[in-house]
Structures are given as C-alpha cells and as structure tokens.
Design a protein around this ligand. Structure first.
Ligand SMILES: [Zn+2]
Length: 245
C-alpha cells in the first residue's frame, strides 16, 4: 500500500491498525536486514555524527537560553520510554534559518534564529518534544541502521574519518517520512503535555508560521518536517480527542 494512504492519523480504528501494521513491518524489516543497535552503540554513532555536524555548522557554546532549554529537555525527557538515551540540546550558530532537528543518540539541534522566533515556552517545548519523540521512537537510529552506516561508524569513532562521517550527516539529517512525522507529532504532544506545557499553542505556532508567509525561513523546517494541512488537522484531532485539549 502507498505510504501516503497509510499516513492518515484520525483516531479511527481502521486507520490506526494500518498505521500499527506499517510500523511493525518497518521494525521487522530492520530486524531482518538492518543492524540493530544497542543504546550504547546508538550513542556512539550519534556522537560521531554530532562531531562531524558541528564541524560544518558551529555551535553557540554559551547561548543565553542554553540553561533554560537544557532544563526543558530534562523536564520533557523524564517521560520518554527509552530512558537510557542521554538527551542533549545544542544551539547552532545560524541566525538566518528557522530550523530544529534531531539525530540518533539523543542529540537535538535548534538554530539561534528559531530560539529568537518562538514566542513562549509552550511553542519551544512543542518543538523540542517533537524532536525528542523522533529519538525516543528510534526514527534517527532507524535511518542509520537502514543505511548500513552503523556498522562502519561503530569502532570508527575517529572524527577525522571525514568521508564516512559527512555521508552519515547527510543520512542523519535527511527528512523523516510522513509516518514518522505523525508519530513524532503525537508522541511529542503527549510528552510536552505530561511535562506541563500546552501542545495546542505549539500547533498554533506552525499555523502561524504558514500564515506569516516567511517562506524562506519556513522552507527549511518544512523540508525537515513537512507540515501539511492534513498533518495540522490530524494533530488538532489528536489533541482534542486523545488529550482533551
Ligand atoms: Zn519531525
């Protein structure tokens, strides 16, 4: 079945069972053909990719909001399922792109521009929780596993091994599929909600971004997290029906 058809998220039994079926198939395929990673290996792969990534885009070591977002990550990650993953958030020295993304091994990234652009903690928590949800549900790890980079990266912790590492950055930062985005939307909303933030304000943020037509800035986050009208509607339904928000 075409993924676009599966990727609907109304809380309706039939669609939900398709969704579960698709995720099961994906997990089975990885077990059969991929290279399952232990959490220690996932952290190692993530750290290796992280070193290469910050080589390309430097981090702001002492951003004014660093402590604040560290606390936010701590607060949200209390509710994750994979508690052995070390969650860390990094501020990328990029004042022109509105973006946030995550890679395997607990690394979450947000640009300076994004930190300036969000108007309140609910919006920020929504973005961070969405990224944490991608990691908690192994979306980042899965990208690495299916690319067969994992085996090469484990034991190749040397960041000077640039060819492989830059290839790994491309794989790790490539957009997630729609199914993963729906899952991260829902699970991220649950995590943000449990941590005491209002995910509905987070959803409004994405609607607001679209309305403001800041297309060049909107573009990158659209590319890494394509927000369609259906996706906004799905999350809206989920917040109302499942979380009572
Ligand atoms: Zn996403």
């Amino acid at each position: 079945m075409y993924v676009g058809v599966v990727a609907q998220c109304n809380p309706n039994d039939q669609v939900e069972s398709w969704y579960d079926w698709f995720k099961d198939m994906q997990n089975q395929t990885i077990e059969m053909y991929g290279k399952p990673l232990t959490v220690a290996q996932e952290n190692q792969v993530g750290d290796s990719i992280h070193l290469q990534l910050i080589n390309e885009t430097p981090l702001i070591g002492e951003h004014a909001k660093q402590r604040h977002i560290n606390q936010m990550v701590k607060r949200i990650s209390q509710y994750v399922e994979r508690k052995e993953v070390r969650y860390q958030i990094h501020v990328l020295a990029d004042r022109s792109t509105l973006n946030a993304f995550s890679i395997a091994g607990g690394h979450v990234y947000i640009t300076e521009k994004m930190l300036e652009w969000v108007e309140n903690d609910d919006e920020l928590a929504f973005i961070i929780a969405h990224e944490i949800a991608h990691i908690d549900r192994k979306h980042g790890a899965r990208k690495v596993q299916t690319s067969e980079l994992a085996a090469a990266l484990i034991g190749q912790y040397d960041p000077s091994f640039a060819g492989l590492a830059s290839q790994a950055v491309l794989v790790a930062t490539a957009p997630f599929g729609q199914i993963d985005e729906y899952e991260a939307d829902k699970w991220g909303a649950v995590l943000a909600n449990k941590a005491g933030f209002n995910p509905r304000k987070g959803l409004r943020f994405f609607q607001k971004m679209g309305e403001k037509e800041q297309y060049s800035m909107y573009e990158k986050i659209i590319r890494t997290h394509p927000y369609s009208v259906e996706r906004i509607n799905c999350l809206d339904d989920f917040l109302r029906n499942e979380l009572g928000l």
